[in-house]
Structure formats: C-alpha cells, structure tokens
Design a protein around this ligand. Structure first.
Ligand SMILES: Cc1ncc(COP(=O)(O)O)c(C=O)c1O
Length: 530
C-alpha cells in the first residue's frame, strides 16, 4: 500500500533513523514551534485596550503611578494567540505516550471530566449547609467505601491533597498512636528502594530516618531490617511496588517483624495501579497507606496538580485519623468536624486541610472506578504490568535491565546506562527522545541504579503506541551504543537546544526586564539556549 504520508511512522517500520540526517524514527521533529517573549511581540508604549479618559479619576493622590506600567500592549487576539502558541510547546498525555516512571501519566477518560464538571459537584461550596451538598458527600462516602474494599483496610482519611500529603497524614497517625501508648520511638526505617518523599516526610514529622539496604535483586533486605528493629523504632515506610518496579515479596514477613517489635508499617501506595484488584495491602499487615488517586484512578498529575492522596488505615491507627470526614446516617450524610467529633473521635490528631479534600478528584476517581467495575480494575493492574514487561523485554537486548533476573517487573521498566559508548549517558538518551516527539522517561531515579531510566507505559497504551515508543527508544539506544555524535547535541528539533542544566536550574531567568538579563544572570546563549 502506498503510504499517504511517507514521512510518518507506521506499525511495520523497524529501521532506525538518526537526527544527524534530519530524520527521526517516528518522523516527528519534536514540536517545531518557536515563540517570542510577549514583551517582544507587544510594545510597552501601546495598549490593546481603549480606556475612556473621562472615566479615570483625575487625582489619585499618592496612588498615582509615577512610572510607566511596562506591560506589553497587545490586542485580545494577539494575546490569545501568543498563549495558545506557547501552550503548544507543552508536551501532554493528550499528545502522546508519556513514559515518566513513578508518575503514572495515563490517559484520563473524558467521562471523568464530564462528571467532574457537573454543576452540583463543580460549583459546590465547602461552606454550603450540609443538607444542600448531600450528593457530594455521597460521592466522598462511596469512594471511601471502594478504597477500603480494594485495600482490605479498616478505614480511610479522605482529605490529604496529594501522595506526599497522605504520607504525612499516615505518619502523624503513627505519631499520635505512639503518644497514646506513651512511647517515645524516634526512628523511622526507610529502605533504599523507597520513593524520595518517604524519608522527607518522616524527617518533616520529626523522626530520625535510617536507611535499610536493598538486596542485589532490588528489594528490601529483610535480614538487615530485622536486625535494626528495636524499642526506638516507630515504624517503617516501604514503597510497594517499589521504585525499581518490583513487588516487595517479603511484605508480610516485614510487617510481622515490625509489629512484633512494637512498630507500625507505612506503605507508600502510590504505585497501587500495579496491584489494584489483585493484592489487598490490609492482608499484608499494612497499618497506613496513601493512594495517589491522581495516578491509580486516572487524572495525570504532571505540572503540579491536582492531586489527591487518601490514606487507608488499620484498626490500630483509625482512631487517630484527621478531621473532617463524612459519615452515613439514617437521615443522610454528615460531615464530622471539630464540634461534632465529640466522644466518637476524641483521639483525632487534628486537621490537615481546610475542607473535605479534592472534590474534583473524588468525582473523577469514583467515575473511573465505577466505569471499570471490580473486574475492570483488576484488568487495569494486569494491563499495566503486561505493558511494562513488554517494554522491558523488547529493549533488554539494547539496554541494560539491572533487575530483569529478579522476575517480571510490575508497572514500570527500569534500565541503566551500562553498555553505552564512552562519553554517552542517560541524559543523551532522554534528550534524543525529545527529538522523537516524546517526553523523556524518568532519569537518574531510583538512585540505587547508575544512570537509571525508569519507563512507565501504563495500561492505557495500545500495542501500536508501545511499538512506536519501543522503536524510538531502540533507535536512540543504538545510537548511544554506537557513539553517534549527533546524539550528544540532541535535541535538534525542539524549540530550545540542550541547556546547561545546572545553570538553568541554579540561575533561572524567571522575570523579564528591559535590559533582558539581570546582573549576574547568564544570557540565554550562555546557558545553551538558542
Ligand atoms: C512512589 C511515590 N510515592 C509518593 C509520591 C508522591 O506523590 P505526590 O506527587 O502526589 O505528592 C509519588 C509521586 O508520584 C510516587 O511515585
């Protein structure tokens, strides 16, 4: 069949391209857009709006402006076009596969958006009288029931606003439980394979963090953990599945040992999408676990939000859960707050958020759960794991997969920089992916692997989409192994060339001023921009 677009990628294509001859494997040339600064388009001497001279008060006294306002004067059309053109430089899950490991950037079904935008949910005000928001409370309550059922836990605190916020909630429950027991345990053990937010949370809550080493196979070293347990240990924080993409098979043995030593088990459940419907953390002895609704139950959270991190709790920790929460009664739903907590909830550690939590996320997550059903959710986990293993096994011959021998991976595939040509690194591969029209995968994380590349394809990608991504990554990996010099200067087709990442991070130019650069800040060309 004659290809209508000979430059475009087709499923049967396997040959590698290369940026040096102005081609890419995918046929993409990044996004090929360039946009001037808004100050360069509009003049500060003009305005896009006509003001009625007479409408302005003649004498503003001390409030009168002494210097020009300095805003670029653009018409509405020019302004809209500028920001729309800029927005097209954003990579988005609606443009293509987003392989970021540990972030679960999966397709967010449009049905979720439709439901979340229903006025009864979207326009509800948190201070409305309770009898006028019974539908919203019903959503929170039904979602809470689902989370309890799926995790096999006793109860759930719905208000935390993100994964890390949920971690803090769980750790504060542990702290309150220890205080109630009259015990001053100060140490939280965190395995090397845990997510970075875990030690940060424990330290933020005032605990001392101690590392537990990983085994050669990338899992928690059970013997090392057992050896460290003692009367000063408040608990452990374990990410499961962990950041190497592996299931912690010793989880039950870990929980039993920690409980026997008087501690609590916190599980980072941000990667729950790999096991939802298959494994119930409650059966593994977990005392507290946050669920990133914005990962497992859709709505990608790239760019800072919105997130939602409900925390499921064991019976031992449930009395310490934060307010407010929704309860069901014969006459309807009730929001339990400080005034109404009374004798029923005297041990709560307090309040983490002003109101109930992220209503928009609750509606999206419940819509996702109900539209999949229990069997569909099980398939979510199976497909997420299948897709990650497809990526892993398809690239194992060109990229080092350090834990391939540890058994199938879970939701994400991990590679290292071992075997690349002298002078070539993970960063070169990440930059090469930009030229192929993809957002790079997570790089240099987890720290236990040198030059780590963590790829999470998610369950929402088709085989064709995976094949295209695998082809692109294979092509770049081959170029990195063969020492293709053009890869060292990738990206070639993006709006910005390769930046000096250190200068860009440490001396970012975040504000425009007339002299273009503030004293001491490097110019765009100095940090490698073009
Ligand atoms: C394993 C793990 N734990 C915790 C978090 C923190 O979640 P959040 O970014 O919502 O605070 C993430 C983030 O994606 C994660 O991947």
């Amino acid at each position: 069949m004659t290809a209508l677009n000979p430059g475009g990628w087709r499923p049967e294509m396997t040959a590698a391209g290369g940026a040096d001859d102005n081609t890419t494997f995918t046929g993409n040339r990044a996004l090929m857009l360039e946009e001037a600064l808004i100050f360069e388009i509009g003049s500060t001497a003009t305005t896009g709006v006509d003001f009625d001279e007479a409408a302005a008060p003649a004498d503003l006294g001390a409030l009168a402006r002494t210097a020009p306002i300095g805003l670029p004067g653009l018409s509405e059309a020019e302004t809209v076009r500028h920001y729309t053109r800029l927005s097209r430089q954003n990579y988005a899950i609606d443009l293509g596969l987003f392989p970021l490991g540990s972030c679960t950037m999966k397709h967010n079904p449009r049905l979720n958006e439709k439901v979340a935008r229903m006025a009864g949910f979207a326009d509800a005000h948190p201070l409305q009288p309770q009898e006028t928001v019974q539908g919203a409370y019903a959503v929170i309550h039904e979602l809470a029931e689902w989370l309890i059922t799926l995790t096999g836990m006793h109860s759930v605190a719905m208000s935390p606003k993100a994964g890390a916020h949920g971690e803090l909630c769980g750790i504060l429950c542990i702290k309150a439980a220890l205080e109630a027991r009259g015990e001053d345990r100060r140490v939280i053990l965190v395995p090397e394979s845990a997510h970075g937010t875990n030690p940060a949370t424990a330290a933020f809550a005032g605990f001392t963090v101690e590392d537990i080493p990983a085994t050669e196979a990338g899992r928690v070293n059970l013997e090392a953990l057992k050896a460290r347990l003692g009367p000063d240990v408040a608990g452990v924080m374990i990410t499961n599945p962990n950041t190497c993409g592996l299931f912690e098979r010793d989880m039950k043995a870990i929980s039993d040992a920690v409980h026997a030593a008087g501690g609590y088990v916190y599980c980072d459940g941000a990667n729950f999408n790999a096991i939802v419907g298959r494994v119930r953390p409650g059966d593994l002895g977990v005392d507290a676990m946050h669920i990133n609704l914005h990962k497992t139950f859709s709505t990608p959270h790239g760019g800072g939000g919105p997130g939602s991190g409900p925390v499921v709790l064991s019976e031992a920790l449930a009395p310490f859960a934060p307010l407010p929460f929704v309860t069901k009664h014969a006459e309807g739903f009730r929001l339990i707050e400080e005034e109404s907590a009374g004798e029923d909830h005297p041990q709560t550690f307090g309040r983490m958020t002003a109101f109930h939590g992220q209503m928009g996320m609750f509606t999206r997550a419940l819509t996702y759960i109900l539209s999949h059903g229990a069997d569909g959710l099980k398939q979510v986990a199976e497909d997420a794991v299948l897709n990650a293993n497809y990526v892993l096994s398809s690239l194992e011959d060109v990229l080092d997969a350090p834990f391939a021998a540890s058994g199938p991976c879970m939701h994400e595939a991990l590679f290292s920089d071992k075997g690349l040509a002298e002078g070539f690194s993970t960063l070169d591969i990440a930059k090469g992916l930009i030229d192929e029209g993809y957002h790079p995968m997570t790089v240099y994380f987890p720290l236990v692997v040198h030059g780590a590349m963590l790829v999470e394809p998610t369950e929402t990608e088709s085989k064709a989409a995976l094949d295209q991504f695998i082809g692109a990554l294979r092509s770049i990996a081959m170029r990195a192994k063969n020492g293709d010099p053009a890869l060292k200067s990738a990206p070639h087709f993006a709006p910005r060339a390769r930046l000096d990442e250190t200068a860009a991070a440490r001396k970012p130019i975040l504000a425009w001023n007339e002299t273009a650069t503030a004293p001491g800040t490097p110019s765009l060309s100095e940090i490698g921009g073009s």
